[in-house]
Design a protein around this ligand. Structure first.
Ligand code: SAM
Ligand code: SF4
Length: 328
C-alpha cells in the first residue's frame, strides 16, 4: 500500500455526465449529512496509521474537494504527519481563490480536470454553466503558487469531446503541465457506461502523434497508472510530456498500490468495489490505534481485487459505489 486517496466530500458543483449525471434519482444525489463525514482530526489520525503501513502519497479528492470548508486546515494537519507527498484533484472551479493558501498550508501539487477548451463541449461533458477560462485561471494560479508540476486530466467520451484531443494537446504542449487522457470508465452505476463510448488510449496517441510526433518514456515507478509519452521535439527545459490512463483497454490491477477512504470513512481496496469497511465506527467507538492498524492490515492482505482485468458489459451493470463518494 503506497497511495491513499481520501474523499473529503461527496458534493460537487459540476455534474459531469460520466460521474454525477443529473436527474438520475429524479432529484439530486442523496448527499451525506455533515455529521456523517469524517472530521479533519479523524482523517489525520487514520493518515498516521496508514503511513505506518507504507503509504507515501495522499491525494485529497471527492466530489469536489475544494467545496469542503477550511480544506487548507486539513492540508496543514496532514502535512504534520510528515514525509508524505500531499496532492489534490480538483475540477478547478475554485482553484484561483484557493491555490496560494493550499500551497502555504503544505500541499505539494494539484491535478486539474479539464475535458475541453471549447465552452460548448465543456458544458456537454460537465453539464454546468462555467467558463473554461475560469478553470484555466485556476491552473495559472496553481502554477504561480508553485503547485507544480500540474497534471491536467481529460476524460475522453466518444462523440462528445474527442475532437478536443488535439486542441488540448496543442494548448498544453510547452506549458510545463502534464496533460493526461483518461479512458472513460464504468465507475458507479449512474453514468450508463457503454464500451462504445470509450475512446481507447491507442487511438488518442494516434490522433496526437499524426500531428505532434511522440515517443514513449519509462514509468517513474512501478504501478504508475499513466503510461508516459514525450513530444519528439520537446525542449529540454520543458517536461514536454503527456500521459494516457488506459484502465479499460489495458488493465493495471496487478500493480495497484492504491487504497481509498470514502467521505464517511469506509475503506475501499478498489475503485470498482461494491463494499467498503467502516472505519468511522472504529474511530468513534474508542478503538485504539493498534486495533485500527491491525484491521487495515487484515483488509489489505485479503484483497483480491482485479475488476478491470475481468471487466465486461455484464460487470458494468453491477451496483458499484459512485466515484464522487468513494473518491476519484
Ligand atoms: N471533482 C474533482 C475532479 O473532477 O477533478 C475530483 C474528483 S473526480 C471523481 C476525480 C477524477 O476522476 C477526475 O479527473 C474525473 O475526470 C475522473 N473521473 C470521474 N468519472 C470518471 C469516469 N467515469 N471515467 C474516467 N474518469 C472519471
Ligand atoms: Fe464533480 Fe469531479 Fe465528478 Fe465532475 S468528475 S462531477 S467535477 S466529482
Amino acid at each position: 500500500m503506497r497511495d491513499l486517496r481520501i474523499s473529503v466530500t461527496d458534493r460537487c458543483n459540476f455534474r459531469c455526465v460520466y460521474c454525477m449525471p443529473k436527474d438520475v434519482f429524479g432529484r439530486d444525489y442523496p448527499f451525506l449529512r455533515q455529521t456523517d463525514l469524517l472530521t479533519f482530526e479523524e482523517i489525520t489520525r487514520l493518515a498516521r496509521i496508514f503511513k505506518a503501513h507504507g503509504v507515501q502519497k495522499i491525494r485529497l479528492t471527492g466530489g469536489e474537494p475544494l467545496l469542503r470548508k477550511h480544506l487548507e486546515r486539513l492540508v496543514e494537519m496532514l502535512k504534520d504527519v510528515g514525509d508524505i507527498d500531499l496532492t489534490l484533484t480538483t475540477n478547478g472551479a475554485l482553484l484561483a481563490h484557493k491555490a496560494r493558501e493550499l500551497k502555504i498550508a503544505g500541499l505539494s501539487r494539484v491535478t486539474v480536470s479539464l475535458d475541453a477548451l471549447d465552452d460548448g463541449i465543456f458544458r456537454a461533458m460537465n453539464d454546468v454553466d462555467f467558463p473554461v477560462a475560469k478553470v484555466l485561471e485556476g491552473i495559472d494560479a496553481a502554477a504561480d503558487a508553485g503547485l507544480a508540476p500540474i497534471k491536467i486530466n481529460m476524460v475522453v467520451k466518444r462523440g462528445v469531446n474527442e475532437r478536443e484531443i488535439l486542441p488540448m494537446a496543442r494548448r498544453f504542449k510547452g506549458s510545463g503541465h502534464i496533460l493526461r487522457f483518461i479512458e472513460y470508465m464504468d465507475v458507479g452505476h449512474t453514468n450508463g457506461w457503454r464500451m462504445d463510448d470509450v475512446v481507447p488510449s491507442a487511438e488518442v496517441l494516434r490522433i496526437i502523434g499524426a500531428e505532434l510526433p511522440l515517443e514513449p518514456i519509462d514509468p517513474n515507478y512501478t504501478g504508475e497508472v499513466a503510461e508516459r509519452w514525450r513530444y519528439a521535439d520537446a525542449r529540454s527545459d520543458d517536461a514536454g510530456e503527456i500521459g494516457v490512463i488506459s484502465s479499460v483497454t489495458q488493465a493495471f490491477c496487478r500493480d495497484c498500490t492504491r487504497a481509498r477512504l470514502s467521505t464517511e470513512g469506509k475503506l475501499y481496496t478498489c475503485l470498482f468495489a461494491t463494499h467498503g469497511f467502516d472505519f468511522r465506527t472504529l474511530l468513534r467507538d474508542g478503538s485504539d490505534d493498534e486495533r485500527i492498524s491491525d484491521t487495515i492490515a487484515a483488509i489489505w492482505l485479503q484483497r483480491g481485487d482485479r475488476y478491470s482485468e475481468i471487466r465486461s458489459e455484464h460487470t458494468a451493470t453491477l451496483p458499484k459505489i459512485e466515484m464522487s463518494y468513494i473518491g476519484g
